[in-house]
Design a protein around this ligand. Structure first.
Ligand code: ATP
Ligand code: MG
Length: 415
């Protein structure tokens, strides 16, 4: 029989990997909570329009990567390729304008039709942080600080560089856009087909092109720096000063742009050289026009998303798994008692392995294989005396413990 494979670009997360995956999510959630962000979730499917209108039709994601389909009721739907658009849609749908700044943490699967490779999948997962309704540069500093704190707690901050740039305000962009059109028009014959299309609709997007020919041209393209209005410049300076005060290191990358239409002012990426071509671990920026573009009231916002698979690849294998106790009955007459003991221990938060069947020898072998550090052994003699035998599975040392002192004793061992 042919082997049954998962869909190309998707993968199973088996228990060992899942432990690392969950560690990333738990660490992120906890750090976000320390900054006052609360967890939420939006549906995995949204109307296609939510993404088309917010991310922009010329973005790679909308033009090539979306999993879109017509459902049985004739609705045009898309499996979400990112979180920001959905959270902004939720902000509008639920009338959360009274609750700004609205600070959200989310995580979950995202879907993009791209060429699968290490660190790049068609179903991947993101952690995500958004602040909606805050126009102050302090908010930019905060969301970036949350990201840095998560990376620090995962032990990978020093494997990453924070690259920072500004995309200016809409006014700065008018002059910059014109300069880019002039520059790229003079080299139009060397531009990729995609970028020729971008030249009309969104020349800024060319700066984010992955085409080698485009990249060479981009290297000499004009920089936004000289087109910044005083307001945009002040904003950027405030973000840089704030990051300095927060102790977050960064480098200014004047050519950093983000692939989506909705960004203004701050754009940033935490990148690494340790994941080959998939060097961006976590990325985001300010999106002051997005909510309005989606049909909501003018509301500023800023946020980022980090790829969980890439974070898992970068972080070290998890330390200690939970300390499990095996409960081993000696003989059939002790099986019912073993189940009672296991039940009591689990009620007291002690993880227990109780095999479904087998003699004591087989059960000890299984306990070893699972890495149990101790076994509670119970047979007819022990039952008569109302005790159990506690065996240290590393040394083999055994002690008799009165039944009513077992939980206390195991709690001490666990600690
Ligand atoms: P890239 O330039 O690598 O395609 P992107 O700019 O499309 O990334 P974003 O939309 O900013 O990525 O998503 C934020 C993060 O999500 C990325 O930095 C990355 O860690 C992760 N990510 C994006 N696409 C994928 C994917 N196909 N597979 C795995 N992780 C991904
Ligand atoms: Mg991409």
């Amino acid at each position: 029989m042919a082997q049954l494979q998962p869909v190309r670009g998707t993968h199973d997360i088996l228990p060992d990997e899942y432990a690392r995956f969950r560690h990333v999510v738990d660490t992120a959630r906890h750090a976000a909570m320390l900054f006052g962000y609360r967890e939420m979730a939006t549906p995995i499917i949204e109307f296609t329009d939510v993404f088309a209108r917010s991310m922009g039709e010329t973005s790679d994601v909308v033009s090539k990567e979306m999993y879109s389909f017509t459902d049985k009721g004739g609705e045009e739907l898309t499996l979400r390729p990112e979180y920001t658009a959905g959270i902004c849609r939720a902000f509008i749908s639920n009338g959360l304008q009274q609750h700004v700044p609205f600070k959200a943490f989310g995580w979950g699967p995202m879907f993009r039709f791209e060429r699968p490779q290490k660190g790049r999948q068609r179903q991947f997962h993101q952690i995500d942080v958004e602040v909606i309704g805050a126009a102050e540069p302090e908010a930019d500093v905060e969301v970036i600080s949350v990201a840095a704190e998560i990376l620090r707690r995962l032990g990978i901050l020093d494997k990453c560089v924070l690259e920072l740039n500004t995309l200016g305000d809409p006014e700065s962009r008018v002059g910059y856009r014109k300069a880019l059109v002039d520059y790229f028009s003079a080299h139009v014959d060397k531009l990729s087909e995609d970028s020729r299309r971008r030249l009309e609709k969104n020349p800024l997007r060319i700066l984010d092109s992955k085409d080698e020919g485009d990249k060479k041209l981009v290297a000499n393209a004009p920089l936004i720096e000289e087109f910044l209005t005083p307001t945009a410049r002040d904003f950027f300076n405030a973000v840089k000063d704030g990051l300095g005060n927060a102790g977050v290191e960064f480098t200014v990358s004047p050519r950093l742009v983000r692939g989506l239409d909705y960004y203004t002012h701050t754009a940033f990426e935490f990148t690494t050289t340790m994941l080959g071509a998939q060097g961006t671990v976590l990325a985001g920026g300010r999106y002051d026009g997005l909510i309005e573009q989606l049909g909501g009231p003018p509301t500023p916002g800023i946020g980022w998303a980090g790829g969980i698979e890439r974070l898992v690849l970068l972080s070290n294998p998890l330390p200690v798994p939970p300390r499990v106790i095996a409960v081993v009955p000696i003989g059939a007459e002790a099986e019912a008692e073993a189940l009672k003991i296991a039940t009591e221990l689990r009620r007291n938060d002690i993880p227990v392995e109780l095999a479904y069947k087998g003699n004591a020898g087989k059960r000890f072998k299984r306990a070893d294989k699972l890495g149990c550090f101790a076994a509670v052994v119970i047979g007819g003699d022990e039952m008569a005396k109302n005790v159990v035998v506690l065996r240290d599975l590393a040394s083999g040392a055994q002690t008799e413990v009165p039944r009513d002192m077992l939980v206390g004793q195991l709690k001490r061992l666990q600690a």
